[in-house]
Design a protein around this ligand. Structure first.
Ligand code: FAD
Ligand code: NAP
Ligand code: SF4
Length: 684
């Protein structure tokens, strides 16, 4: 835990806007950081409320000004899925008391998000303004009658009252992302002809009735945040004029704050993935600045105090919402306030342990911080006895093991064969749009320095070395080595390894075949087809994905204009079916769409016959043989564990623990590597 006291680096000078308090009626927020809503899965677990209390309290102690819970349904039919959390009775409200008490005891403020999924509910009982199936849901909603619409409004109001009883400082009404309320607002999903449909004013009747009802029922001091979709990114979405009009009506109806929503879930434009430039949507919020009286919250891809401060300092918003960055580091604000921003464990926007888990029904956590949502069971406590450990390999697994051991009071020597720490993350960060991965290495570098880990670079450890120093045990984190598949001609000069390409060790021709279409095959295809886009990163991102830079069109859409590609690439796999099915649930579609637009030929079910001067000889799924006359064949055929030291160490009678790729190479990713290494180091 970082002390909130300021040190001599005067961070108030560095982040004066971020750290400035805000008075909202009788409620004072200690700074401008809002922890945005995230469903963690704790809400539905047995014993989950105690774990939620620990999770949120840790963030409150870390200095966050205002926390918003994950979405809680106001009634059964509004739940995102059958059995998902709802707040409908006084008994349910009691369960929330430990959460609000823990946050308040830590000096924080907390609002409950009321989320009605409408046609996005993964639940056959789903309801919506009109019986229109969402493209991302197999279930078709039932159209609500007039009386039933009234009942939904009452459910929102009742839920807010129960939240107040449970000790919350307010509620956030989820009106964006294409959920129930947004479905009423947009003509795309509201085809009603009664008083809840028709023109824009009639379509806004429901959100205004909800806000007005909550204000009347909860009194003047209860916070009401409205998450307003300011950029729908779907056809028949709202215009900026309509958004402004609704914001003004909401203000009159009694909201305390307006939070920004960007993109419906069914939009085919990335809004939070790592390839989205930092602060890419702050300009959307800025459109309302000076035009409404209530404070505005900017969101999406704000992951450092510098980005947050710049948004506030340039007057684009009054507060910033960060969700995943607070999973990655509970002490984000405290570190910024203490002049230790370089110690922040930065969210790299990979979605691998947060959103991908949520959509798979697993508990949310964080790739770079496996303690997130595991605060009560993954404890990093001082060791009973301090020992000296060797960690061999400074990839993600070795870095996590070494720093966690040192944090517990052990002496640690970290051996790394190359000239820098980071292992494969040094390669991953070279992929366009994955530059954030470098932040993890900066974080670990600082953590090793701070904890006094002795790092020996350019040192390929041998068993004899390690024995000579008398270590209590060796943590083997030597990672992986690329697999060389047994294809005739694999040693032909036109064959390259993925490291040759990504580290630019060898030139690559204009026609390229990639053997293997896993995460690395996709990344290499991206690297090879990444054209040079003119202009600033945000402008180039908008152009590539079809976002109107003036936001003036309906839904904020414009024709997409991907950069010109000079290479022809074939992305191949032996498994039948379209490549890319194993990619992350919430990011795989982005990679597939991007490569498709760049004309990459993605082919599954192939058999590799041989490689020779003519190119790559294949058998296609229909049995036809073909030669791809390519300049280069790049091997992206997976990895094998590198643990050559293990037998020698065991032969010398030394205790050895394997972590990361050195343990199991199949389906290895950094999430598993860091989690496994942290858990091992927490126990030694
Ligand atoms: P490594 O990262 O391989 O590190 C092992 C380290 O050990 C190396 O630095 C090596 O030099 C050192 N070493 C080996 N032998 C010795 C020795 N005898 N003495 C001293 N040092 C030694 N994962 C994700 O989760 N998400 C992604 O988006 C992602 N993208 C990727 C993109 C690319 C292009 C690549 C290449 C990988 C990507 N990965 C991604 C995979 C991720 O980087 C690996 O899963 C992770 O790095 C494995 O960590 P590790 O510590 O086990 O091994
Ligand atoms: P991978 O995802 O396991 O993919 C390996 C690819 O090689 C598969 O397409 C496989 O397909 C093919 N292959 C395996 N054995 C082969 C053989 N003998 N001959 C020919 N082809 C073979 O591994 P990776 O791409 O190396 O990635 C490593 C890890 O990094 C992955 O687990 C991934 O999670 C992680 N990563 C993640 C991301 C991300 O965006 N989340 C990005 C990059 C990397 P067939 O067997 O069907 O041919
Ligand atoms: Fe950020 Fe990835 Fe952690 Fe999610 S898993 S919070 S995206 S670093």
């Amino acid at each position: 835990m970082i002390e909130l006291a300021l040190n001599n680096t005067t961070p108030m000078d560095a982040y004066p806007h971020l750290l400035e308090p805000l008075q909202l009626g009788s409620i004072r927020l200690r700074n401008r950081v809002v922890m945005g809503s995230m469903h963690t899965g704790l809400e539905e677990r047995p014993g989950g409320f105690a774990r939620m209390a620990a999770f949120f309290a840790e963030r409150a102690r870390g200095g966050v000004g205002l926390i918003v819970t994950g979405g809680i349904a106001p009634n059964e039919e509004g739940a995102v899925a059958k059995g998902a959390a709802k707040l409908t009775t006084a008994e349910e409200a009691e369960h929330h008391r430990p959460v609000t008490a823990a946050v308040h005891a830590a000096g924080g403020r907390i609002c409950l998000q009321i989320l009605h999924a409408g046609r996005y509910a993964y639940n056959p009982q789903l309801v919506a303004p009109s019986a229109l199936q969402a493209p991302i849901n197999p279930f078709t909603p039932r159209e609500l009658s007039d009386a039933e619409v009234e009942a939904q409004i009452e459910a929102f109001v009742r839920c807010a009252q129960l939240a107040q009883q449970a000790g919350y400082d307010g509620v956030e009404v989820m009106g964006s992302e294409g959920y129930f309320i947004n479905q009423f607002i947009a003509a795309r999903t509201n085809h009603r002809t009664d008083r809840w449909g028709g023109d824009f004013a009639s379509r806004c009747r429901l959100p205004l009735a909800i806000v007005g009802g909550i204000r009347a029922a909860t009194g003047p001091d209860f916070l009401i945040i409205f998450r307003l979709s300011l950029l729908d990114l779907v056809e028949q979405g709202s215009t900026p004029e309509e958004c402004l009009q609704l914001a003004l009506w909401l203000e009159a109806a009694g909201v305390s704050l307006i939070n920004t929503g960007i993109g419906w879930h069914e939009a085919r434009i990335p809004t939070i993935a790592t390839l989205v430039p930092r602060g890419a949507f702050a300009a959307v919020t800025a459109q309302l600045k000076g035009r409404v009286g209530v404070p505005l919250i900017a969101t999406n891809r704000i992951n450092t105090p510098e980005v947050a401060e710049a948004i506030l300092a340039t007057g684009q918003a009054d507060l910033v919402s960060m969700a995943r960055p607070l999973l990655a580091d509970a002490d984000f604000v405290a570190k910024a306030a203490a002049g230790r921003a370089d110690e922040i464990n930065t969210c790299i926007a990979c979605n691998q342990a947060c959103l991908d888990h949520t959509f798979a029904g697993k508990l949310t956590s964080c790739l770079v911080n496996p303690r997130a949502c595991h605060e009560t069971e993954l404890l990093i406590l001082p060791a009973a006895e301090s020992r000296t450990y060797a960690v061999v390999g400074a990839g993600p697994a070795g870095l996590a093991a070494a720093s966690t051991l040192a944090e517990r009071g052990h002496r640690v020597v970290l051996f790394e064969a190359s000239e820098r720490i980071g292992g494969q993350f040094n390669v991953a960060k070279r992929i366009p749009g994955k530059e954030e991965f470098g932040e993890t290495l900066r974080y670990f570098q600082r953590r090793l320095e701070r904890l006094g880990v002795e790092v020996r670079l350019n040192h390929r450890a041998s068993a004899a070395d390690l024995q000579a120093e008398g270590f209590a045990a060796v943590i083997l984190a030597t990672g992986v080595t690329p697999r060389i598949p047994a294809i005739p001609g694999v040693d032909h000069p036109r064959v390259l390894g993925y490291l040759d390409v990504l580290l630019e060790r060898k030139p690559v021709g204009r026609r390229v075949a990639l053997i293997g279409a896993g995460g690395i095959g996709f990344d290499v295809a991206d690297f090879l087809t990444h054209g040079h886009s003119a202009g600033e990163p945000i402008t180039a991102f908008y152009r590539e994905w079809g976002i109107d830079p003036s936001f003036s069109s309906r839904g904020g859409l414009a024709p997409a204009a991907p950069p010109a590609v000079e290479r022809e690439v074939w992305l191949l796999q032996r498994k039948p079916g379209k490549p890319g099915k194993g990619l992350g649930k919430t990011t795989g579609w982005i990679h597939r769409a991007r490569l498709q637009r760049r004309g990459v030929h993605a082919i599954g079910g192939v058999e590799y016959l041989r490689i020779d001067d003519a190119g790559l000889h294949l058998r296609l799924p229909d049995g036809v043989e073909q030669v791809l006359a390519v300049d280069n064949v790049v091997l992206c055929a997976g990895q094998e564990s590198l643990r050559e030291l293990e037998d020698d160490l065991l032969g010398l009678g030394m205790a050895v623990h394997r972590v990361g790729g050195a343990d199991v190479a199949a389906e290895l990713d950094a999430k598993r590597a860091i989690d496994q290494a942290t858990r091992l180091a927490a126990q030694l």
